[in-house]
Design a protein. Structure first.
Ligand code: FAD
Length: 414
């Protein structure tokens, strides 16, 4: 029986463990805090399969200075971290050329196009199908001009089979009566869905996998190395313990970079921190996730309350959170949801694992074919977790690849 070590108990690591167990592997999942907070707990809960346009697009760089000047705008950069970010940012800027956007969108569409095929069985086989709500999403615009500016992106989505219905302001309010009169355009994307609560999903998935034979080890992984002979991979923990396996999967989210280096590969991976507030008694009701296009944030009706969040803050993994961002987003939401009771709520911040080209890293190490990468999902880790797990399991068991994995290879950073 193949023994596979998976590093990271977020949605990506757990989904990978699910597929590996299904194939009959012995799976050991290592996490320094398996039940603790992580990006997979507090995210917006969106299964955002329609999001195939990368973050870097032509013209975006012109907007960046204005966003950075706004202390609570959608993009923030901690000044002490700016120098460290230069290589990532240069690559991000390159990813925004028209030809790169086309290439990246095709690669995102290939992954997202598989999502329900992998996610629905994963949920069903772990008794979690009731966690998914397939109700689509609404992207709303206050100004017609802003909608027209995004027309190219909507066309690109359509070209990849994304269903898009453009609605007037009143049609949009018919779908979501809590939205303000200031909304002039809505775009309904029926293929989007959302989960009840991402934390509940991750907790229940972990418990279900344990009942199916998953072993969880609490430990801080410091190194992954090839070993001589058999088993072929040695995973070193901070307490000095070694775990030996036939294969190792690095699914450590935004923390994966140091492990990648220990294996000898290169990657450009940054924490893109996001913020939100969840209101248990919001005073308004939404039926589906709503994306506020001009201000780059979302509201999702979760079972734990209405979650309002977004923001992209680059300051590394160790900077203290600035919860003024959570507050600012909640305040902004009142413009769009006039009856929102925006006081109180539970604030949260989490590290998105962001690559400069908006594509995850999925595939074997260039230095050790027994190590497989599964990280860097940025804004789409919840969406792409099940599919990533399936693809990684196929690599581990040397099965035919379901999609071309070249765009996600670690070698793009060498
Ligand atoms: C505000 C916000 C909103 C979001 N909304 C959405 C959304 O609506 N839809 C969507 O698809 N995605 C969304 N995302 C993105 C999504 O949450 C992430 O892409 C996803 O959770 C990443 O999952 P992961 O398993 O890779 O990492 P994580 O969930 O961060 O898990 C990584 C795990 O690895 C462990 N770990 C790290 N290093 C080590 C080590 N050295 N040794 C041992 N353990 C280690 C950590 O303890 C952690 O448990 C959002 C993110 C944020 C921040």
């Amino acid at each position: 029986m193949k023994h596979v070590v998976v590093i990271g108990a977020g949605i990506v690591g757990l989904s990978t463990a699910h597929h590996l167990l299904k194939e009959g592997a012995k799976v050991t999942l290592i996490d320094r805090d398996p039940k603790g907070d992580k990006a997979s707990f507090g995210n917006a809960g969106g299964i955002a399969v329609t999001e195939v346009v990368p973050a870097s697009v032509p013209g975006l760089m012109l907007k960046v200075p204005g966003w950075l000047l706004d202390p609570l705008g959608p993009l923030a950069l901690r000044p002490t971290y700016a120098a460290k970010l230069i290589p990532w940012f240069l690559r991000f800027s390159k990813a925004g050329s028209a030809s790169e956007v086309k290439r990246i969108a095709a690669a995102l569409a290939a992954l997202n196009g598989r999502v329900y095929e992998d996610l629905i069985p994963l949920l069903a086989e772990n008794g979690l199908l009731g966690e998914l709500h397939q109700r689509g999403a609404l992207t709303v615009y206050q100004s017609e001009a802003a909608f027209k500016q995004d027309a190219g992106q909507w066309d690109l989505k359509r070209s990849h089979g994304i269903e898009v219905s453009v609605l007037s302001g009143s049609e949009t309010r018919e779908m979501e009566p809590a939205l303000s009169q200031s909304i002039n355009v809505g775009v309904f994307t029926p293929q989007w869905s959302h989960v009840n609560d991402p934390k509940v999903l991750v907790d229940q998935l972990r418990e279900s996998l344990v009942s199916r034979g998953l072993t969880i080890v609490i430990g801080d992984v410091t190194r992954v190395q090839a070993s001589d002979g058999h088993p072929s991979v040695t995973v070193t923990l901070a307490n000095g313990h070694l775990v030996l396996a036939d294969k190792a999967v690095v699914a450590a989210g935004a923390w994966s970079g140091t492990l990648v280096k220990s294996i000898g590969d290169n990657v450009l991976l940054e924490s893109e921190r996001g913020y939100n507030t969840t209101f248990t008694d919001p005073g308004v009701k939404l039926s589906r996730e709503v994306v506020f296009a001009e201000r780059h944030f979302v509201a999702t009706p979760l079972s734990c309350g209405l979650r309002i969040g977004g923001a992209a803050e680059f300051g590394g993994l160790n900077a203290a959170a600035n919860f003024k961002r959570s507050q600012a987003l909640a305040k902004l939401a009142s413009i769009y949801l006039p009856d929102l009771k925006a006081e109180g709520g539970t604030r949260w911040a989490g590290h998105r694992p962001a690559t400069p080209d908006s594509l995850p890293v999925i595939g074997p190490s260039a230095h050790n074919a027994n190590v497989v990468y599964a990280f860097g999902h940025g804004h789409l880790g919840l969406t792409q977790g099940a599919t990533t797990g399936r693809l990684v399991s196929d690599i581990v068991f040397d099965k035919p690849r379901l999609i071309d994995l070249a765009p996600y290879a670690i070698t793009r950073f060498n």
